[in-house]
Ligand binder design. Structure first.
Ligand code: GTP
Length: 390
């Protein structure tokens, strides 16, 4: 499919940039347009691939913002986005909507600009355009503290309500021991881009061959349009094509070749491996309402029988017949890769934990505010007492 990507806030811009990089590296054509929106001027200079004229600074004239960000305050992030919707609209005027199958709004939910702004813009896009609006929301890691959890829990509800589906990515599940924060983010942004691009980039009309079982945009839209949250599974296998073609030539010369069953087992095995590996956000696979499998790789590797078996297997795992499976032939790919979309998952322990932490954080923040008010009241009383003798 083809999408217009809007990266909101710092994380949103960097992830949008990583998607551009991955699609360029793999010769895909997922993004018809990309726009980075931020309230902090400095963060808009971070992306490498997003063109300069597709970076929009909002809140410049707001007395509390002035191009310096919203300081992890989602209410201010939402206010600034609402105030500057006209500017965002003007920037989106150049999007070739006739050529776009969906909008994808990306944001980290633990801060202010993305957390507050992404739901506002998603809701607006849904009112303005007929195309579906998908969200990609990053959950903060536990060690970012209660304020980030509170921001994320609030945004999660608003962002889910404002989109046709919200794909989740959990920073906690993807943090690697010993990595610096930025090094870790670079790594996770690439992994996230790999999954999103393999999944949504299927069925984009580009130079790749179209197969009989090709996935198309309407299949992806049908699976995603559940108004709930989604997660993505992924696995890949190196093919080492040079060695392989040499070996295959020898095999063929000796009357052997990789059989249909070998190809089928490879595809089916890779789908099982993906679903049992780390999801973008951990969730109980059985709780998915709908799912979709995309197998991408050189045409000779894309076994129809393998896809069919994988689909049947996933039906039993999700206890649902709403499973679609298709392929995405890539002539020059040196990998066989599988992305599985699990849509409207309802058993997501990380979301429950986030909501609990948010309640604790809210209570603590309120207690701190009450204590501060009491202190101020006491100070005023003391000062009045001292003035009394007059
Ligand atoms: N996966 C990933 N997560 C990130 C990245 N940068 C930040 N985050 C996460 O996103 C959350 C929001 O951070 P930012 O995107 O910097 O915040 P913002 O939306 O720009 O909002 P303000 O800085 O408060 O104006 C953080 O709490 C992190 O959990 C990134 O590059 N990758």
């Amino acid at each position: 499919m083809h999408v217009a990507v809007i990266g909101f806030g710092n994380a949103g811009g960097k992830i949008a940039d990583a998607i551009l990089e991955f699609e360029a590296d793999t010769g895909r054509s997922l993004c018809k347009d990309v726009l980075a929106v931020n309230s902090a001027e400095i963060d808009l200079s971070k992306p490498d691939r997003i063109p300069e004229d597709r970076r929009l600074l909002i809140g410049q004239t707001h007395e509390r913002v002035k191009g310096r960000g919203v300081g992890a305050d989602p209410e201010l992030g939402a206010e600034v986005a609402r105030r500057d919707l006209g500017e965002i609209d003007r920037a989106l005027d150049t999007v070739p909507v006739y050529d776009v199958d969906a909008f994808l709004v990306v944001a980290g939910l633990g801060g202010g600009t993305g957390s507050g702004g992404a739901p506002v813009v998603s809701r607006h896009l849904r009112e303005m355009y007929a195309e579906p609006v998908y969200g990609l929301g990053v959950l903060p890691s536990t060690d970012e503290g209660g304020r980030a959890s509170l921001n994320a829990a609030r945004s999660l509800q608003a962002f889910t309500d404002a989109t046709d589906s919200l794909v989740l990515f959990d920073n906690d599940a993807w943090r690697q021991a010993g990595e610096t924060l930025q090094g870790g983010y670079d790594h996770t942004n690439t992994e996230l881009a790999r999954r999103i691009t393999t999944l949504l980039g299927a069925g984009a009309m580009d130079d790749s061959k179209v197969s009989e079982t090709a996935m198309d945009a309407s299949d992806i839209n049908r699976t995603l349009s559940t108004d709930g949250v989604s997660t993505i599974a992924y696995a890949s296998a190196e093919l080492d094509r040079e060695t392989k073609s040499g070996l295959l030539d020898q095999f063929r010369a000796n009357g052997h070749a990789e059989s249909d069953t070998d190809y089928a087992q490879k595809v089916h095995g890779l789908v099982r491996r993906a679903v049992n590996a780390r999801l973008t956000c951990p969730a109980d696979v059985a709780s998915a309402e709908r799912s979709l499998v995309v197998v991408s790789g050189p045409p000779e590797e894309l076994s129809r029988k393998g896809l069919q078996h994988a689909r049947q297997w996933l039906e039993t795992q999700t206890d649902s017949v709403e499973v679609l499976a298709g392929d995405d032939p890539r002539e020059n790919a040196d990998q066989l890769s599988v992305a599985v979309l699990l849509s409207n998952v309802t058993d997501v322990p990380r979301v429950d934990a986030l909501q609990e932490r948010a309640v604790d954080a809210q209570e603590r923040i309120e207690a701190e505010e009450t204590a501060r008010d009491d202190e101020v009241a006491e100070l005023i009383t003391d000062e009045n007492d001292q003035l009394d003798p007059l």
